[in-house]
Design a protein around this ligand. Structure first.
Ligand SMILES: [Zn+2]
Ligand SMILES: [Zn+2]
Length: 275
């Protein structure tokens, strides 16, 4: 069985109710955190998972909305360990640079805590692996395959196909439909896709928002990918603009026009299980 919890269903646009993009995948003994958006540690606590319990962090890409609270994951994991415990972080090339910069940002804080706590005599140990499409990993018994996605000019970006006991969850970050995304999702039980409502974004007279149309999947495109790849359940997240109360049926109808399987939209901490 695999369970997927939408920790943060928001986007760069601030929302009082939706944390930034991040998703928890539990597969057997593995607890995998996909991306680390705004408020991720709060939402992890809401899901009953402390950062010390994470098997790994998987990053889809290095846009700020997907990594802004990586520093909180790192610090909270570190201060809650009793012995040096590496935090495994997988991500596209550039991830080591980001982690090094985050650790540099936290250097003063680390020194304060090392000086103050006699029993804390080690700094955060971050074990970074930069991944490329085609890489296959085993994390706490879960099989993870890395696939290429297309969020250009942001590159490289990746998605993760996670398999446990015959159940498959395909986790895509920001991407337009592309062959790599189809391969990522093929016959998956769950396909989680970050989306925008293209029809609503087009109405906003702001060039910076119009720019996002060409590198995200719309709700319709996510549904078309799900249909093409024969997935069982499509899970939508990263709602732009924020999904408001009462609008869920409208979003669902846009997807249902292209995909006949199950469609899930939800608030933060919505959990979906398969297998
Ligand atoms: Zn992005
Ligand atoms: Zn994003």
């Amino acid at each position: 069985m695999i369970s997927v919890t939408l920790l943060g269903t928001g986007s760069p646009l601030p929302s009082p109710d939706r944390a930034g993009p991040s998703t928890l995948v539990r597969a057997g003994a593995a607890s995998l955190l996909l991306d680390c958006g705004r408020g991720v540690v709060m939402r992890l606590a809401g899901a009953g998972v402390m950062p010390v319990a994470l098997s790994a962090v998987l990053l889809t890409h290095l846009h700020s909305d997907h990594i802004s609270d990586l520093n909180d994951v790192i610090t909270t994991q570190w201060v809650m360990t009793s012995t040096e415990t590496p935090l495994r972080v997988y991500g596209p090339p550039g991830t080591q640079q980001v982690v090094d910069a985050v650790l540099n940002m936290l250097a003063l804080d680390q020194q304060y805590r090392l000086d103050h706590h006699a029993d804390l005599d080690y700094r955060p140990a971050i074990d970074v692996t930069e991944v490329r499409p085609g890489d296959a990993l085993v994390v706490a018994g879960a099989h993870v395959v890395v696939h290429e996605t297309d969020h250009r000019p942001v590159a490289p970006t990746v998605g993760y196909r996670i398999e446990h006991a015959g159940t498959v969850a395909a986790l895509a970050g920001d991407t337009v439909p592309c062959p790599g995304l189809d391969a990522l999702c093929q016959d998956a039980d769950l396909y989680v896709q970050t989306v925008i409502r293209a029809d609503l974004v087009k109405l906003i007279p702001n060039q910076r928002l119009q720019d996002i149309l060409d590198y995200h999947s719309s709700v319709e495109q996510a549904a078309q990918t799900a249909a093409r790849a024969n997935v069982k359940t499509l899970v939508l997240t990263h709602y732009v603009p924020p999904l408001l109360p009462g609008q869920e049926d409208e979003w669902r109808a846009q997807a249902a026009a292209h995909f006949t399987g199950d469609i899930v939209l939800g608030d933060d901490l919505t959990t979906i299980t398969a297998g």
